[in-house]
Design a protein around this ligand. Structure first.
Ligand SMILES: *[C@@H]1O[C@H](CO)[C@@H](O)[C@H](O)[C@H]1NC(C)=O
Ligand SMILES: *[C@@H]1O[C@H](CO)[C@@H](O)[C@H](O)[C@H]1NC(C)=O
Ligand SMILES: *[C@@H]1O[C@H](CO)[C@@H](O)[C@H](O)[C@H]1NC(C)=O
Ligand SMILES: *[C@@H]1O[C@H](CO)[C@@H](O)[C@H](O)[C@H]1NC(C)=O
Ligand SMILES: *[C@@H]1O[C@H](CO)[C@@H](O)[C@H](O)[C@H]1NC(C)=O
Ligand SMILES: *[C@@H]1O[C@H](CO)[C@@H](O)[C@H](O)[C@H]1NC(C)=O
Length: 269
């Protein structure tokens, strides 16, 4: 009797902590269908209300019924990371519209095979270097495809590369594994995509990147880090593609609540 109960509990714990790629893919499909239709009922039915951590847009916890998910958007691009270790996903969404464009980053977190946190960065005209034409174009020029198994970096290598980049903003002594080339897509502004492209230019100092939330997918060598940018704590997403331990691409979205973060045009991150 006691042994049986222990066995049942053990099994339950195993099942709860394990999530599969197909399950995560299905949840992201549901997220995308929801954002496309603006109808949230089926998505909300996937919430784990017993462990619920909240629905966030630009680092503000709000009621899902008042969120962007209720607005039908014609998504023109999406690409996702699936983290089967942390049971989490990240999706990059572009709405390439001339009248009402968006670039959105969405992290979903799971418990008991259900969604228990929705964490979004929602950017539109006025946000840091926002340029929908640039964003929509440049993502089509990059390769974020599956990396052959024998060439994959470990989870630890991928995370350390992203952390080195994020740490550099507050510590110039950090060694970052820069790829050659490395190119950054920042709101819509693109770096040098040529063979000499570098992401090392224009990194400021004294800018802490805090409260990092990671989604790591070794199959594509990528990690998304949502964070509070700088001392103002701007809601931000930095997504990295790592190849052979080195940073190949960086995508950033930053929401500041004031046009272009109150700054004149300058290379900033
Ligand atoms: C969780 O609560 C929301 C209301 O906030 C409800 O719409 C949804 O159906 C609930 N989900 C489940 C799985 O019970
Ligand atoms: C998301 O992207 C995939 C291709 O990567 C595409 O098949 C699918 O239709 C897209 N979904 C939406 C809602 O645009
Ligand atoms: C937006 O990006 C496109 C493509 O890179 C570029 O041609 C255009 O000049 C940019 N617009 C602004 C306002 O920077
Ligand atoms: C984005 O939309 C603009 C305006 O409709 C269009 O010219 C451009 O080709 C689109 N970009 C992509 C990558 O589809
Ligand atoms: C970076 O290195 C210099 C020279 O060794 C040192 O003076 C400085 O304190 C270091 N900065 C940090 C943030 O560790
Ligand atoms: C890249 O840098 C090398 C060495 O400085 C230089 O010879 C080459 O012309 C550069 N290539 C481009 C496309 O700028």
């Amino acid at each position: 009797m006691f042994a049986n109960a222990a066995l049942v509990l053990g099994l339950a714990a195993t099942v709860a902590s394990h999530c599969t790629r197909p399950q995560l893919v299905e949840a992201v499909d549901s997220y995308l269908a929801t954002q496309t239709s603006g109808k949230t009922a089926a998505f909300k039915a996937r919430f784990d209300n017993s462990t619920w951590l909240g629905y966030y847009e630009n680092a503000k916890k709000i009621d899902v019924d008042t969120g962007i998910l209720n607005k039908p958007l014609a998504i023109t691009h999406n690409r996702s990371l699936y983290d089967t270790t942390s049971c989490a996903t990240y999706t990059e969404v572009i709405v390439n519209s001339t009248t009402d464009p968006y670039v959105i980053g969405t992290q979903l977190r799971f418990a008991n095979h259900k969604i228990n946190k929705v964490d979004m960065i929602v950017t539109k005209p006025g946000d840091w270097l926002f340029n929908i034409t640039g964003y929509a174009y440049w993502v089509t020029q990059e390769n974020w495809g599956t990396i052959p198994e024998e060439q994959r970096d470990t989870r630890d290598t991928i995370k350390k590369a992203a952390d080195a980049y994020c740490d550099l903003f507050n510590n110039p002594n950090v060694t970052v594994p820069w790829g050659k080339p490395c190119v950054r897509l920042e709101g819509g502004l693109y770096g040098d995509p040529g063979p000499n492209g570098t992401c090392a230019g224009g990194v400021p100092s004294g800018v802490p990147l805090r409260n990092r939330r990671y989604v790591i997918d070794e199959t594509v060598g990528a990690v998304d880090v949502m964070l509070d940018f700088g001392n103002s704590g701007w809601p931000d997403s930095h997504e990295f593609r790592i190849e052979n331990g080195k940073i190949r691409y960086v995508h950033t979205m930053t929401h500041c609540g004031i046009p272009n973060c109150g700054l004149r045009f300058q290379r900033f991150d």
